[in-house]
Design a protein around this ligand. Sequence first.
Ligand SMILES: Cc1cc2nc3c(=O)[nH]c(=O)nc-3n(C[C@H](O)[C@H](O)[C@H](O)COP(=O)(O)OP(=O)(O)OC[C@H]3O[C@@H](n4cnc5c(N)ncnc54)[C@H](O)[C@@H]3O)c2cc1C
Length: 468
Amino acid sequence: MIKIRSLMLRGRNSHLRNATAKSRSVARQSYRAEARVVSNDNDMFSSDRVTFGNMTSLEMMRSMAVLWICSIPGFSDNASKILNAGKICLGRPLFTRLMRYTAYGQFVAGDEIKEIQTTAKCLAQNNVAQMLAVPIEAPDYSNESTTIDPFQDNLRKSLDCVEISRSTKLEGKNCLMQIKLTALVDFDALESFSKVIANAEMCNSDRLREWITTGCHTNDLASIAPSLTGNEAKKLADGVSRILEVVEHAEKRGVCVLIDAEHTWINPAIQELGVTLMRIYNRRTHVVYMTYQAYLKETRELIKSHAHLCRRNNAHFALKLVRGAYVVAETKKHGSHPPYMCEDWEATNRNYHECLEDLLSMDSKYNEIVIATHNETSVRLAVKHLQARPPGFRSNVSFAQLYGMANYMSFTLGNSGYQVYKSVPYGTVEETLPYLGRRVKENCLVLNGIRKEMTMLRKGLVKKIVGP
Ligand SMILES: Cc1cc2nc3c(=O)[nH]c(=O)nc-3n(C[C@H](O)[C@H](O)[C@H](O)COP(=O)(O)OP(=O)(O)OC[C@H]3O[C@@H](n4cnc5c(N)ncnc54)[C@H](O)[C@@H]3O)c2cc1C
């Protein structure tokens, strides 16, 4: 029995490996073609114009080494296991030290407020602002021995993140932080609530809004989501109360909260909550942002419908546009490439660019857009649009990249006067291991960007050492 199961798993994994390898090679070819089409001498990302800002030669060498290691398929596929094995073999002190000089130093700001503030200052020298990401993944339910309620612990960390974000705010810039709702709300309750929404039961944004504004009582949930069990309703009500606590605290401290998009089987609940929170909290200004994943075919229509809903309710529509990070998880859950997802990288690119063009041609007064990508073609497309619009239009549009990735892009955009954020995780090596594992794994889907970045780093390093 065990043998059959392991064979089945092996078969399924090889399917995933093949899918990833195939998409890597197809993407590589089309990326080269695209890059040829868009590159020209006046290009802000040509090697003689890009800047690595105040990065030292040592930091550039570390970036090259870490990015190179991340791009080794065997490593990226098993990153979490390798990191955990490293911790056991080397022992905690040595492992922590090694990580601080490598992946942790590359992708994480640090674990003390001072380190986080220093990172913010370094970024600010390149006109790039920090967008802190709460150092939490969804709670690990397998660890039953702990007496701490993981959601309460995550709530405390989220409230701390509001304060740390506030303490690193830059003059004239919005103060942004990122959260994952699965850190605050029970995953199964979100999944059940997503089914209620997907089945078009009685729940809609108007009724959800009424439920939230009248105190999120568990009993009242029965009228909008009757199929939830009593236990699920309680977990959902508790979770939404925690989200409200974070958002209300952020609002008071002048911090904006960007809600991450996650897996499709919980996204309906996240999206419905997100757009409803925008309607409640984004009346005067934008406090809540929702994330939209362009690898999903429905996203373009969803953005239009949410933009319309916000406009109709005199609320600011604030969003982060990403391609989507869960290709492997979605494929695994569905058993093959899911039909609701764009067929390949090129189709995702087309969808991303169509969403981007829709957004950049909307009346921007009530829209706040974060273009979160490391893809140079997408950034160039957005820059082209922004250059054609009046300068005031730019104040509602920002770019965002992950800390430790695409620095050449962030610093060049920042130094050219665009609004740029770096999504910056923080926490101890121990706390950020799941994030680092995920980061390395996801990097196998962004290999083209990494290759370009390594070329830029190599050229930048030579220029720094030998001179222009
Ligand atoms: C600031 C910031 C915040 C983010 N927040 C979120 C978030 O909340 N939720 C989230 O899901 N992700 C989030 N991401 C990650 C994001 O979705 C991408 O995974 C990551 O940025 C890589 O995509 P890219 O646009 O940089 O470019 P690229 O390297 O050009 O594209 C890689 C992406 O293409 C898509 N792709 C690759 N192969 C296929 C395929 N076979 N079929 C379909 N699509 C494919 C995938 O989306 C993959 O991530 C965030 C990224 C940033 C920079």
